[in-house]
Design a protein around this ligand. Structure first.
Ligand SMILES: Cc1cc2nc3c(=O)[nH]c(=O)nc-3n(C[C@H](O)[C@H](O)[C@H](O)COP(=O)(O)OP(=O)(O)OC[C@H]3O[C@@H](n4cnc5c(N)ncnc54)[C@H](O)[C@@H]3O)c2cc1C
Length: 382
């Protein structure tokens, strides 16, 4: 498949590149240092309709296609992975509504997310249920026109600042005791307590919250799909958004490679730019090969998703795992090319290295991606 981007996507890429140069480049190191969410940049992203990208036009969005989103996320992540997570989280948090919501639910929740007025979050993980989604312990019991929700969620990106959350919990049938994993749209309010914010090694400025649901009443009309649809919805969301994690990782790899190439031209040792040494040239060549291979795989996965190809889930899993492994390798090698300066905050590659690590972990660890890929080859029984 030839992946020359069409005119429209190239225009989008340039628009985002200019925005990033003006607004993100001057702030990227500071966001990492202060670990504060950049509200001003969130406004800039909203103004440029980047937060509208995950949504269909009829709900105030710009179309909801994954490939343009991937292009945008990659471009931002070249400079700041943390900032690229703002549109990333807006997509992740809302995807269950986009994929499984009724017209009424979409009309109620999506326009204020598309405008950027509200933020959202995806609350799947729990202290005792990470990879093993079936082990979720949060539960909901039907009481009249509401469900009453109890439980704890861990590691929820933007969970403390989100206005709207998609929350996974097991509905307990009071007659039979049967537990059905389900998905709810939950608006911030009474009964939702932010317990703790993580101190993380990277993606600083993207708050990661522990949330506690204490007898929170959720209107029954805010159940997405039917009781018991939760697992299917959670997996459908991740099939989509893993392409965006791949794009974050791709941006990190490209950003680190760009810094390393420039440094190899400029840094002189033994009377020569270090780029003259074959040991450095081979590193740069390997970094370029893996980054370009990641780009093709990521774009193909996004395009397959948009075309609803039957194997899109395998491709987004492959793009996520391959590209995040690449980002880890490329950022590590970039530090090596820069020597001691690479290990210092003076250059951005140490930040990129810290930001790359999480790409191998969230939205399903790379071990879980490999299980998804292998099952697509061997069949469900494996
Ligand atoms: C910064 C950050 C942001 C996050 N944002 C969100 C968010 O917005 N929403 C959300 O719901 N979650 C979020 N998460 C949670 C993240 O998705 C989980 O951490 C991840 O899915 C792994 O779960 P775990 O940490 O419980 O690890 P575990 O599942 O306990 O895994 C531990 C190790 O065992 C391996 N392992 C587990 N099972 C298997 C198996 N069957 N075969 C082989 N290896 C296995 C894993 O790959 C891993 O190496 C975030 C996490 C972080 C750190």
């Amino acid at each position: 498949m030839d992946f020359e981007l069409d005119k429209e996507l190239l225009f989008l890429k340039e628009m985002v590149r200019d925005l990033v140069q003006e607004k993100v480049v001057p702030r990227a190191a500071e966001i990492d240092r202060t670990d504060e969410f950049p509200w001003d940049i969130k406004e800039d992203l909203a103004e440029h309709e980047i937060l509208a990208m995950p949504f269909p036009e009829e709900y105030g969005g710009t179309g909801g296609k994954v490939l343009p989103m991937v292009i945008v996320v990659e471009e931002i992540a070249k400079v700041s992975c943390s900032v690229s997570m703002i549109p990333g989280a807006q997509c992740l948090g809302s995807a269950a509504i986009v994929l499984a919501g009724t017209k009424e639910q979409k009309q109620r929740f999506l326009p204020s997310l598309a405008s950027g007025e509200k933020l959202c979050a995806y609350a799947l993980t729990e202290p005792n249920a990470g990879s093993d989604v079936g082990g979720i312990q949060s539960f909901a019991v039907r009481e009249g026109n509401d469900y009453v929700l109890n439980g704890t969620k861990r590691f929820i990106s933007f969970g403390n600042i989100a206005d709207i959350l998609t929350v996974f919990a097991k509905v307990i049938d009071q007659n039979t005791g049967e537990k059905k994993l389900s998905c709810f749209v939950v608006e911030k309010g009474e009964g939702l307590v932010v317990r703790n914010l993580e101190h993380k090694m990277g993606v600083k400025g993207t708050p990661t919250a522990e949330l506690f649901f204490d007898n929170m009443r959720v209107p029954a009309e805010d159940l997405l799909g039917a009781e018991g649809d939760g697992f299917k919805i959670a997996m459908q969301v991740l099939d989509k958004t893993r392409a965006e994690v791949a794009a974050q990782a791709l941006g990190l790899a490209q950003g680190a490679l760009d810094v390393a190439v420039q440094y190899a031209r400029d840094r002189v040792q033994f009377g020569n730019p270090i780029g003259k040494f074959q040991a450095i040239q081979f590193k740069l060549a390997d970094m370029e090969m893996k980054t370009q291979a990641s780009r093709y795989l990521t774009y193909v996965a996004a395009d397959k998703y948009d075309r609803k190809a039957h194997d899109r889930g395998k491709y987004t899993a492959m793009a996520k795992a391959f590209t995040s492994d690449t980002a880890m390798e490329v950022t590590t090698e970039a530090i090596q090319v820069l020597g001691g300066y690479g290990y210092s905050e003076e250059y951005p590659v140490e930040r990129m290295f810290r930001d790359a690590k999480i790409q191998q972990i969230y939205e399903g660890t790379n071990e879980i991606q490999r299980i998804v890929i292998a099952r697509s080859l061997l069949g469900r029984g494996f």
